[in-house]
Unconditional design. Structure first.
Length: 136
């Protein structure tokens, strides 16, 4: 398993009239978690498309809201890759309040798409090599 934590502060513009982090913004936090997790492996997410010609469209998102977050909370986005990716990669996210309470749990699944062929493909070798030590 590979795990990475990234911190993100809730901005005023991300809250609703009740002062909560608006529920529609959580997928954006999951994306931040994915991008920063991949970056932590030494892979630039942008290079998937620009260099390797691989897209990663989201095909499934499941989210459970447990407690609210508020303006100026410094949240931890914990992202886990629990299984070696094949034709799909799954990220398990937890949004953690500064108190240590998990306020959201989610699973996001993405396919690898070869942009030249516009077809599903397997996880690229460079990604598999980076993750392999965490699954041995």
């Amino acid at each position: 398993m590979y795990e990475f934590d990234f911190q993100k502060r809730v901005r005023y513009a991300e809250t609703d009239k009740m002062g909560y982090l608006y529920y529609g913004n959580y997928p954006k936090y999951f994306e931040i978690g994915r991008v920063e997790t991949i970056r932590s492996l030494g892979v630039d997410y942008k290079d998937f498309e620009d260099v390797h010609r691989i897209m990663l469209p989201v095909v499934h998102l499941e989210s459970k809201y447990l407690s609210p977050a508020y303006y100026d909370d410094l949240l931890t986005i914990r992202s886990q890759i629990r299984e070696m990716p094949s034709k799909m990669i799954s990220f398990h996210h937890e949004i953690i309040h500064p108190s240590g309470t998990v306020i959201n749990k989610s699973t996001v699944k993405l396919f690898f798409i070869d942009m030249n062929k516009n077809k599903r493909t397997s996880a690229p070798d460079f990604m598999v090599k980076k993750l392999k030590p965490y699954f041995e």
